[in-house]
Design a protein around this ligand. Structure first.
Ligand code: SAH
Length: 554
């Protein structure tokens, strides 16, 4: 069965017809009243009425229709504005199955939501086990599998929340509204050097809307809203729960939209909440693919940056973490265009920095491992913006790890060499000599795998004449190797083989970039071909999401 669609219903003024007068009817009435509905119970005069319910009737909060249920009640007991059709029906006794089935069918026909106790098949809606804390409502359903269990889960979830979280939700909601209104007013004035007239917000400082250009309006707006979404995302719930009006006032002040603020020298104080008053360029590595492998510093930069310039290899799940409002440019690199694309990127970054933005240059893997990171560092530094560089998990070491290949292993491999299969202007670089205790990781090599393997093993390549002139390196054909593609992505693939057969394997299996080649005896420390043929292919990545519990509730 498909899971139900959970919704929050506005019941203000709705008529809920409750069939029965037992303790459950009493509880149902209580819930209806809490939600602003008007419950009516239908039960014969001589019915036993639960004492809480009796009190609600006495107080006039519940109306008692003293008779047995009749079909006509559905279309006569409701509100006038909906032609007296009741808004929902709740049947509270399971003893009369025939009658309950009849009521359920009738309601379905008339599109009246109906709930029948202990009969999931007769219900068109079920009630959630709820935790209420002001505007914060948490509802649990087990989709009819057990209301006791739902209530237990609800209690456990609620117990994990800090006290007064509802109040914080209220306060943050007010803040959001206020920011929105401030910005909205500003835009009405065209965004040019105007102060909004403010009639009913005495605490507002006039500097709040002292704007100079539309650019600044946009930037300030983005900064404040980003701060808000930042704290909602990152602050521990306990800290959020204790947010005060003063905190909010301080934020509204410090992220006011004056350009003067943008030009103030950075004193380091604003780093903590991630919004900076000074332009900054961050060169950060995004790891091999899985967002779980981002460093916290890079993750924070993704949330804070006002412009992101991303490599085309940065995978979609990482890009998905970028807040919706943040502009992102993805490098338009393709063969033959790499230098132009790089130049375009550097200029984009520079322009944004000159306007006072926080620019994040998001690179794949680690920024200094074949990532032109140092070139970019030098470029920005020469223009007066020295980048902050954040490391990333490099594919060259993590891809082997996810393929169960330890690049070093006692008595097998005591050194690792990371090299590229593609030299400058596409030329083939000198292949490394055979050192039995070395693991070699080749990046950017799979598109010329055959000529690389030929160069390593000493076979003469017919496809690449430049190889003929070189000294063969004589790697033995039986040296194990692995091609690891899209490491840490859901479609990760590992092909284990030997230098002798790896080209045939890739020819047959095709390629799935980005991928790398690992060569050396370390490839068979934990995994062995063990006579399973010329190669084996392993598909998929187990994922990292289930590791270590759920951070939000800790
Ligand atoms: N700075 C990056 C490497 C950039 S060069 C890093 O540290 O990982 C790009 C090469 O990295 C690709 O051609 C490929 O060989 C390798 N690569 C990047 N991501 C990879 C991944 N998820 N799985 C396998 N290889 C990857």
């Amino acid at each position: 069965m498909a899971p139900p669609l959970l919704t929050a219903q506005d019941c203000e003024g709705a008529v809920h017809l409750i069939v029965g007068s037992n303790p459950l009817a009493s509880a149902r009435c209580g819930k209806s009243i809490e939600a602003g509905a008007k419950p009516k119970i239908v039960a014969p005069t001589n019915s036993e009425v639960h004492y809480v319910l009796a009190k609600l009737i006495e107080d006039g909060q519940v109306q008692w229709i003293k008779k047995s249920f009749e079909d006509g009640d559905l279309t006569s007991q409701g509100r006038e504005e909906v032609d007296y059709v009741v808004d929902a029906v709740l049947v509270t006794s399971s003893s009369n199955t025939a009658r309950n089935t009849h009521i359920s069918q009738l309601c379905r026909r008339k599109r009246i939501p109906v709930n029948v106790i202990d009969a999931p098949n007769l219900c068109t809606f079920t009630l959630l086990s709820t935790h209420s804390d002001g505007p914060l409502q948490i509802g649990i359903t087990t989709s009819g599998k057990g209301c006791k269990l739902a209530s237990r889960i609800r209690r456990e979830v609620a117990a994990l929340l800090p006290p007064r979280l509802g109040e914080a939700v209220e306060r943050l909601g007010v803040m959001r509204r206020r920011i929105w209104e401030e910005d909205h007013k500003t835009y009405q004035y065209g965004g040019i050097a105007q102060e909004a007239e403010d009639d009913d917000a005495p605490s507002q400082r006039p500097a709040f809307n002292r704007l100079v250009s539309e650019d600044d309006v946009g930037a300030a707006k983005t900064r404040r809203l980003r701060w808000l979404s930042q704290i909602c995302e990152y602050w521990p719930l306990r800290r959020l729960a204790s947010i005060t009006d003063d905190d909010i006032e301080a934020v509204l002040q410090s992220y006011s939209s004056s350009t003067q603020q943008l030009q103030q020298p950075f004193d380091g104080a604003s780093l903590n909440n991630g919004i900076r008053a000074k332009p900054q360029i961050i060169l950060a590595g995004s790891g091999p693919g899985s967002p779980a492998l981002l460093t916290m510093a890079t993750h924070r930069s993704i949330q804070n940056a006002s412009l992101i310039l991303a490599d085309k290899l940065v995978p979609a799940p990482v890009l998905d973490l970028i807040p919706r409002r943040t502009p992102v440019h993805i490098a338009r690199k393709f063969p033959g265009n790499a230098d132009a694309a790089q130049e375009e990127f550097l200029q984009l970054g520079l322009e944004a920095l000159k306007k006072g933005h926080t620019v994040l240059r998001l690179k794949q893997g680690d920024p200094y491992v074949y990532g032109r990171g140092a070139e970019e560092f030098a470029f920005f530094r020469s223009h007066g913006f020295t980048p902050v560089v954040l490391p990333g998990i490099t594919s060259s070491l993590s891809a082997p790890l996810f393929a169960a290949i330890p690049p070093t292993h006692r008595s097998v491999a005591d050194q690792v060499l990371i090299c590229t299969g593609t030299g400058r202007k596409g030329a083939a670089p000198e292949p490394p000599p055979y050192i039995p205790t070395q693991t070699v990781v080749f990046l950017m090599a799979l598109h010329r795998l055959t000529s690389l393997i030929d160069a390593l093993t000493g076979a003469v390549s017919t496809s690449d004449p430049s190889e003929k002139t070189r000294e063969p390196k004589h790697w033995p054909q039986e040296v194990p190797c692995a091609v690891i593609e899209r490491a840490s992505c859901p479609d990760q693939r590992v092909i284990r083989s030997t230098l002798q057969h790896v080209c045939a394997a890739i020819e047959e299996e095709g390629s799935r970039p980005p991928g790398l080649l690992v060569v050396g005896w370390s490839c068979q420390v934990l995994m062995d071909l063990n006579g399973k043929g010329r190669w084996i292919t392993e598909e998929g990545f187990a994922g990292l999401d289930d590791i270590g519990g759920h951070p939000d509730l800790v």
